[in-house]
Design a protein around this ligand. Structure first.
Ligand code: CTP
Length: 404
């Protein structure tokens, strides 16, 4: 599965760097072409000679060769690679990656990379669970990078806890799995609506909702990582996603979302309506700020278009449409009703009453309901993992349809 794959292995300054020698050997044995970039601190832990011998390639450590003046182009490296694997990744390197600091060759290559980036942290348990490290990892994930979490056990410090770099065999398995899945949706065009909409009352106020957009963005990233080309029509959110396979169309109101999604819709193979679209908007928008009068105020609301409903009526036979339903009671019944009314193939039910599910949290618990009311319930998971479950279900639908 790794035959001919071009992999840059970045090694940073951690005692776990010795495992990278085994990792290199395994990658080469699987047929991968491995180029190693060693950071200045990485060099303190493992020698370039060992790594050059195992990788059968020169190890790159500096921007310039001081003897002959030649330089190592991080841009060329970033374009060359099918994957950039950083193992071990220290808290320091992750902090720099998360915050745009590019003061060594591995970091400049990271910022130029167009390929999937896989980060394998290794550090002491307290460093790992420090809020700064956790926040940086969350940022790195939101940029579309993958993190292979450390395991729990004895650490170099003698302490016990989470921080041990994952074993080389497991990292190689992860990569093989990644490349296998990568092409599942290749050639597929996917449209996703995500986030809330803001319905303007006057120049300084709007009607909105608590949707963070995390679920829709996680689905966009999951599809892109498996080869799809994604159009993400996003309401106002605080998330950044930097994935070359995701085109983001930023909108504010339901009307703008409707316009943008409708224009893209006919060319799409798969559509996921994950946005929390406002059902109503103020009938009139005041051009100037509405003043306080001390009296009660009435804002007349008129309905917005049901985007999923409208596009469901216009659907082409080969398209696959997936909706979401956020329900506070009679979840399964209401969700199935929405699936039928909106002419969808599948609906993902979020139950508002389950702690840790729904809006503005990092986790979700879903039930996936199909056209014949078949239901599949999933555990409470991170939204990234829920996204993977959802696209697995969509893949199954795609396969079943092609055999039907
Ligand atoms: N949806 C949409 N456009 C709208 C409202 C909803 O595209 N104006 C989509 C959502 O993205 C979701 C599905 O329709 O995929 C169901 O949304 P939900 O808000 O749960 O249902 P509604 O149809 O709005 O019904 P209600 O608010 O009465 O529950």
């Amino acid at each position: 599965m790794l035959q001919g794959k071009k992999i840059i292995l970045g090694i940073t300054g951690s005692i776990a760097a010795y495992k990278s020698a085994f990792l290199t050997r395994l990658l080469v044995r699987e047929g991968a072409e491995v180029k190693i970039i060693l950071t200045p601190y990485g060099k303190e832990f493992i020698t370039p000679v060992t790594l050059a011998t195992l990788s059968k390639n020169t190890v790159i450590t500096d921007f310039f060769n001081h003897d002959d003046g030649s330089w190592n182009s991080h841009v060329d490296l970033g374009i060359w690679a099918d994957a950039l694997l950083i193992a071990p990744a220290t808290a320091n390197t992750m902090a720099k990656m998360a915050n745009g600091i590019a003061d060594n060759l591995l970091l400049t290559t990271y910022f130029s990379a167009r390929c999937p980036v896989i980060i394998v942290p290794a550090m002491d348990l307290d460093m790992f669970r420090h809020p700064a490290t956790l926040k940086n990892m969350e940022l790195l994930r939101s940029y579309g990078n993958f993190i292979i979490e450390p395991t729990t056990g004895e650490l170099a410090s003698g302490l016990e806890g989470k921080g041990r770099m994952e074993e080389p065999e497991k990292i190689v398995e992860w990569l093989k799995d990644h490349f296998k899945k990568k092409s599942r949706f290749s050639g597929k065009r996917v449209l996703i609506t995500a986030g809330p909409t803001h319905e303007k009352i006057d120049p300084v106020r709007f009607i909105g909702n608590y949707s963070s957009g995390k679920m829709g963005y996680a689905i966009a990233a999951a599809f892109a990582n498996e080869g799809a080309s994604v159009e993400l029509v996003s309401g106002p959110v605080q998330i950044s996603l930097n994935n070359p396979s995701v085109n983001i169309h930023k909108v504010t109101s339901a009307e703008e979302m409707n316009r943008s999604a409708s224009a893209l819709f006919p060319a799409m193979d798969i559509v996921v309506f994950a946005a929390a679209v406002a059902d109503y908007k103020p009938e009139k928008q005041s051009l100037s700020k509405i003043r306080r009068t001390g009296n009660a105020m009435v804002i007349n609301l008129v309905p917005n278009e049901d985007i999923a409903g409208k596009l469901g009526r216009q659907r082409l036979e080969n398209q696959l449409l997936v909706g979401f339903a956020l329900e506070s009671e009679n979840g399964e019944t209401n969700a199935f009703k929405k699936l039928t009314e909106k002419n969808l193939d599948m609906i993902v039910l979020n139950n508002m009453n389950v702690p840790g599910a729904g809006f503005n949290v990092d986790t979700n618990k879903i039930i996936v309901i199909g056209k014949d009311n078949n239901q599949k319930e999933f555990e409470l998971k991170s939204k990234d993992d829920v996204a993977k479950d959802i696209i697995n279900e969509i893949f199954n639908l795609m396969i079943n349809r092609s055999y039907a």
